[in-house]
Design a protein around this ligand. Structure first.
Ligand SMILES: [Zn+2]
Length: 163
């Protein structure tokens, strides 16, 4: 059995009692959150979000600078007017350097991926601040409040980072 098959079974149960249909497409709280894809991170629970509240973009590290496409679509077409960037403790992005993954891809896959910036980092507060500053400077991003945080996967606590 694949995990996808388990998902199909779980969804049958979910849909049987589903009662949150009919929500509007634009996020009710007009906010976009960028967070890491880490399996221990769950922005809806951590931030008190309900279905329909927010755009949540997830990628490796929660890198705001890797979410430009999503941010422009969110702001220009769906009316969000605030951005929150969240990186987290014990992130996988702290465990390697970009050049190491470039070398691994070369040796394991025989492919050159040097043009891809993996955006690994070695300092959490610094990576959050970097993302916030980069988004504030990006001409494609509206002049809206942008706040950065570090989420602690062991305590569940969010700590604001001054950019
Ligand atoms: Zn992570």
């Amino acid at each position: 059995m694949t995990v996808a098959q388990e998902f199909e079974a779980a969804n049958e149960k979910y849909a049987a009692t589903f009662n949150e249909g009919g929500l509007p497409m634009p996020p009710a709280r007009k906010v976009l959150v960028v967070a890491c894809m880490d399996a221990r991170v769950d922005p809806a629970k951590e931030l008190g979000l309900s279905k329909g509240d927010a755009h949540v973009v997830r990628n490796a590290g929660g890198r705001g600078i890797a979410a430009i496409r999503d941010i422009v679509i969110s702001q220009q077409l769906l009316g969000t007017r605030e951005i929150v960037v969240i990186h987290h403790t014990d992130c996988g992005m702290l465990t390697f350097k970009d050049h190491e993954l470039h070398a691994k891809v070369k040796s394991d896959l025989g492919e050159n991926a040097d043009h891809i910036a993996w955006l690994s980092f070695s300092d959490l507060e610094k990576s959050v601040a970097e993302d916030v500053v980069a988004l504030k400077k990006n001409p494609l991003v509206l002049d809206v409040p942008i706040t950065g945080y570090v989420f602690d996967v062991n305590t569940g606590k969010l700590t604001k980072v001054e950019a």
